[in-house]
Design a protein around this ligand. Structure first.
Ligand SMILES: Cc1cc2nc3c(=O)[nH]c(=O)nc-3n(C[C@H](O)[C@H](O)[C@H](O)COP(=O)(O)OP(=O)(O)OC[C@H]3O[C@@H](n4cnc5c(N)ncnc54)[C@H](O)[C@@H]3O)c2cc1C
Length: 503
């Protein structure tokens, strides 16, 4: 570290890494494994990015974990699913690269670094269960990677509360970033190449509405991206001619209600653990098979409602099982029940009633229709029918509404992950608008729509977001290190068959 004449602190290494989330972490470890040094920075005060707050579920095809549970899967099957879900907009080359490597270079690689896989879940658009759940969710993954950095003596290479504001260029190459610390002092981070891993823009409502015009008519769009997901990397790289692609592909969920504690009223809370619920529109009628809660199926159903909002109905027993995916409502794996009760009691978007009619009146729903829906649902479950004739929902094991008070939680679309971003080649070089690499500049993670620019297309396979970010981070770290003079990353070379690509 040196002080230049302009009183800028200078930090130097082979590589500069911007962003200490999923992609930044794996880029750092991969660069180190190749022998390169790095210096990293993040605008937040601590390591982990959005990834540390995430569910951490990774889309992995053909893992030993699946095999041990008798699930037959392959990267070819997963690629077919990816392409179908992407509806003509998934990047098949990046999809193949990622999925072919996912068992070895994600599942095994993370496990070797202390990540414990604990369950497999089926998710929409997947032919088989391949959403691999890590112990401790995203936190479990990121703390394992941080511990690995501790073992390797790399933790102090990271500078926190440090925001990259500009790129540094020399002879037409990117050679660093100009950053500002919390006190306003300028810092130069210099290296032979820069890896941008600044995450997405789903914490920035203006960008969400800019790129998602279909959301502008929506009464209320909630933001659900990470705190650091402000799109700063997109804006910065755009200024230097980087190509942004498929920016309109936004991954929104609808099982979210406003966080009434947010002073700006923009953040949303994702509600989980309420499998027995039903959803109604303002006419008090069901409109969707509530088994499918995901972005690919539930979100379009809610967006086509006149006000793009609906109400989720629970009884007291169901409300007692409710879980909220937000740090305020959890301590690690434990749900803080008193805080959930506080939300149920105080949110202006949650209504209650001792009878269905009272609930409908309080929530502003059509009372007559709602009572019919409510009683009809209970009667259907009592009849022993196996399938709901209206939506095809399977009824086995679902519990009826019995115990008052009954609740209506208003749901709105919540912008969670962006599926488009900065376009890169298969070595993570950032491409300009004429598809030429910008010398010295690499990018990975959600900045690149998780990998390459648009690995997923219109609809994603769940788990490909953090999975794609972790994997593309490794690819960026490996190839940037190579550019800085270190080993050729044959193990992460999309042109080589996997068997030939040993570490
Ligand atoms: C609540 C939630 C749950 C999720 N669950 C899942 C899941 O189960 N499975 C899945 O596949 N995906 C999930 N995701 C998505 C997943 O977390 C992201 O896709 C992933 O974290 C992206 O990794 P990243 O490294 O690109 O970005 P991040 O993890 O967001 O890291 C980027 C970092 O860059 C920093 N940064 C940004 N701009 C600058 C700047 N100018 N200067 C310095 N630093 C900067 C940010 O502060 C941040 O720390 C979830 C997302 C959310 C919000």
């Amino acid at each position: 570290m040196t002080e230049s004449s302009e009183r800028r602190v200078t930090h130097e290494a082979d590589l500069v890494i911007v962003g200490a989330g999923a992609a930044g972490a794996t880029a750092a470890l991969e660069a180190h494994a190749a022998g390169a040094t790095f210096v990293g920075l993040d605008q937040l005060g601590e390591f982990g990015g959005t990834a540390i707050t995430s569910g951490g579920g990774c889309c992995i095809a053909g893992s030993r974990f699946q095999q041990a549970r008798g699930i037959e899967d392959s990267w070819q099957l997963a690629l077919q699913d990816l392409i179908e879900a992407g509806d003509g907009e998934a990047d098949a080359e990046w999809g193949r690269f990622y999925l072919e490597h996912s068992a070895r270079d994600l599942h095994d690689w993370l496990q070797e670094r202390g990540v414990e896989w604990i369950a497999l879940k089926w998710q929409e658009h997947h032919s088989v269960p391949r959403w691999h759940q890590p112990k401790g969710a995203g936190r479990g993954i990121m703390l394992a990677l941080w511990a690995e950095m501790g073992r390797l003596g790399l933790q102090d290479r990271w500078h926190f509360n440090m925001t990259a504001e500009d790129l540094l260029l020399a002879d037409g190459r990117v050679v660093g970033v100009l950053a500002r610390d919390q006190q306003g002092a300028l810092h130069e981070f210099r290296g032979q190449a820069v890896i941008m891993a600044t995450g997405g823009f789903m914490g920035n409502l203006e960008m969400v509405l800019e790129y998602g015009p279909h959301l502008r008519r929506v009464e209320k769009v909630l933001v659900g991206g990470g705190r650091g997901a402000q799109g700063k990397g997109h804006r910065l790289l755009e200024r230097y001619g980087a190509q942004l692609t498929h920016m309109h592909n936004l991954w929104c969920y609808v099982y979210a209600t406003p966080d009434y504690k947010d002073p700006e009223g923009r953040r949303g809370l994702v509600i989980r653990g309420i499998d027995d619920n039903i959803w109604v529109n303002e006419n008090g009628e069901r409109f969707h098979n509530e088994f499918y809660t995901g972005a690919g199926m539930a979100t379009p159903a809610v967006l086509q409602l006149p006000r793009a909002t609906c109400w989720c109905i629970l009884d007291r027993a169901m409300a007692s099982q409710m879980d909220i995916a937000d740090p305020y409502y959890r301590r690690g794996q434990e749900v803080l029940r008193d805080r959930v009760e506080e939300l149920l009691a105080h949110s202006p978007y949650i209504w209650r009633g001792d009878t269905p009619a009272e609930l409908a009146r309080n929530a502003g729903l059509n009372v007559e229709n709602f009572v019919r829906t409510f009683e009809g649902w209970n009667a259907l479950l009592a009849s022993g029918a196996e399938e709901d004739p209206l939506t095809g929902r399977k009824l086995k094991g679902l519990k009826p509404f019995t115990e008052p008070p009954f609740y209506a939680i208003q749901f709105f679309p919540l912008a969670r992950k962006n599926l488009g971003g900065v376009r890169t080649d298969l070595q993570c070089h950032v491409l300009d608008r004429a598809n030429r690499p910008i010398p010295g500049l690499y990018a990975a993670g959600e900045l690149c729509g998780q990998a390459g620019g648009h690995i997923a297309g219109k609809r994603a396979l769940e788990g490909i977001m953090i999975g794609g970010s972790l994997f593309s981070g490794r690819v960026a770290g490996a190839w940037a290190a190579h550019e800085a003079g270190y080993r050729e990353p044959v193990h992460l070379d999309a042109r080589r068959p996997l068997e030939a690509a040993t570490v």
